[in-house]
Design a protein around this ligand. Structure first.
Ligand SMILES: Cc1cc2nc3c(=O)[nH]c(=O)nc-3n(C[C@H](O)[C@H](O)[C@H](O)COP(=O)(O)O)c2cc1C
Length: 360
């Protein structure tokens, strides 16, 4: 994950930040569903399960959460427990959107109906996934080269459900095949309630800079809400994206696992005279302990793997984090990992007297 966040666009980032900043809107209506504030946790396979989503919700500042992308075929297969697990959510997750991928309009429509029946507030179509496995079956970004096929899915799903239907896409397959403006117009004319753009091409993967000018281009082209996505790492970035593109909401992906406070920070930054809290070490401890305890409680089959993955994102920049990561990687059980985390932070924080002061 780190490799995609190189410094090649540093000068551009500085330039982006020099404009006077417009705050992220306090709310947004997508087909009658209120999103407040206008911030969205990006769908991330392997990350945005029910535990992570509720964890982000509880920290505050995130207006909309989304499931991991889920196969429409899988949802309809009675025995596909994995797909069913992806669509499991709790009451305190509202408003929540279910993201589906697939290429058959009737299957997509049927799966969307199921999503509506499960109580989701919105259903979203994934046209961004670059994974070969998905593209090979014409799903995700594979469809970006076949706009008529996308049109058929739009029509079928729109007719199948009454909840708002949205789409998240990349700008096109490659720099020579940019379709985002045409695609956004088509979404609008087919009755979709909003569009979200990850401003990269499929060919780019996660490399280089997100091209926010494409977000501005679709904002100019349609009246339905436009959600901007790509390379937001700070509250300043979120406001810079709104300033430069006029987008109606911002969506944040990779930054969320390494700084889960980012949504709250954006809210503070936009409402409290451009200031926001930086988490203390005690906050970080509390956060990781809470998240790991939630994972254990939920009894997810891959809790240990998730803890290891999360620890590696989250402990970058924590003094002594490498030793903690090593201890976690060597652990065999979720309870053992939680114990290692407690040991690590308590030794550090008690030594510094921080725990006593902050009453953690
Ligand atoms: C681990 C990982 C999993 C992802 N899974 C999905 C997914 O299931 N559906 C989707 O639309 N995008 C997915 N994405 C893309 C993100 O939603 C987002 O568009 C991308 O990371 C750019 O935003 P960011 O710069 O804020 O990270 C994933 C990204 C990552 C890093």
């Amino acid at each position: 994950m780190r490799k995609s966040w190189d410094n090649s666009g540093a000068a551009e980032t500085v330039a982006r930040r020099s404009a006077p900043l417009v705050p992220v809107p306090v709310n947004l209506s997508i087909g009658g569903v209120t999103i407040a504030p206008a911030t969205v946790l990006a769908p991330m396979a392997g990350v945005t399960d029910t535990v992570f989503r509720r964890f982000i919700r509880n920290l505050g500042g995130c207006g909309l959460i989304m499931t991991e992308f889920t196969s429409a075929d899988g949802v309809l297969r009675k025995k596909d427990q994995k797909a069913k697990r992806y669509l499991h959510f709790y009451e305190d997750e509202h408003p929540i959107s279910a993201q589906l991928f697939g290429s058959d309009p009737q299957v997509m429509a049927e799966a969307a109906r199921m999503v509506e029946g499960l109580g989701f507030d919105l259903v979203d179509l994934n046209l961004g996934c670059p994974a070969k496995k998905v593209v090979k079956c014409n799903g995700g970004s594979g469809l970006l080269r076949d706009l008529p096929a996308i049109g058929r899915i739009f029509e079928a799903v729109r007719a199948a459900v009454t909840i708002p239907f949205t789409v998240k896409f990349r700008a096109g397959w490659s720099d020579d095949e940019i379709v985002c403006v045409e695609l956004a117009r088509m979404a609008e004319s087919c009755g979709l309630a909003a569009v979200a753009l990850h401003a990269r091409t499929r060919e780019q993967g996660y490399s280089g800079q997100a091209r926010w000018e494409w977000i501005a281009a679709i904002k100019d082209a349609v009246k339905i809400p436009v959600i901007g996505n790509g390379d937001i790492r700070t509250p300043e970035d979120a406001c810079a994206m709104v300033t430069q593109t006029g987008c109606d909401a911002v969506m944040i992906g990779r930054m969320a696992p390494s700084n889960p406070w980012i949504f709250r920070q954006i809210e503070q930054y936009c409402t409290e005279q451009k200031l926001y809290d930086e988490p203390t070490e005690a906050d970080r401890y509390q956060m990781i302990r809470t998240y790991f305890s939630m994972l254990i409680e939920e009894e997810l089959p891959d809790a240990v793997g998730k803890m290891k993955q999360f620890a590696s994102w989250f402990t970058h920049g924590v003094p002594g984090g490498a030793a903690l990561r090593k201890a976690i990687y060597e652990s065999k059980s979720a309870v053992d990992i939680l114990g290692r985390v407690e040991e690590f932070f308590e030794a550090r924080l008690c030594g510094a007297g921080v725990l006593a002061r902050q009453a953690v």
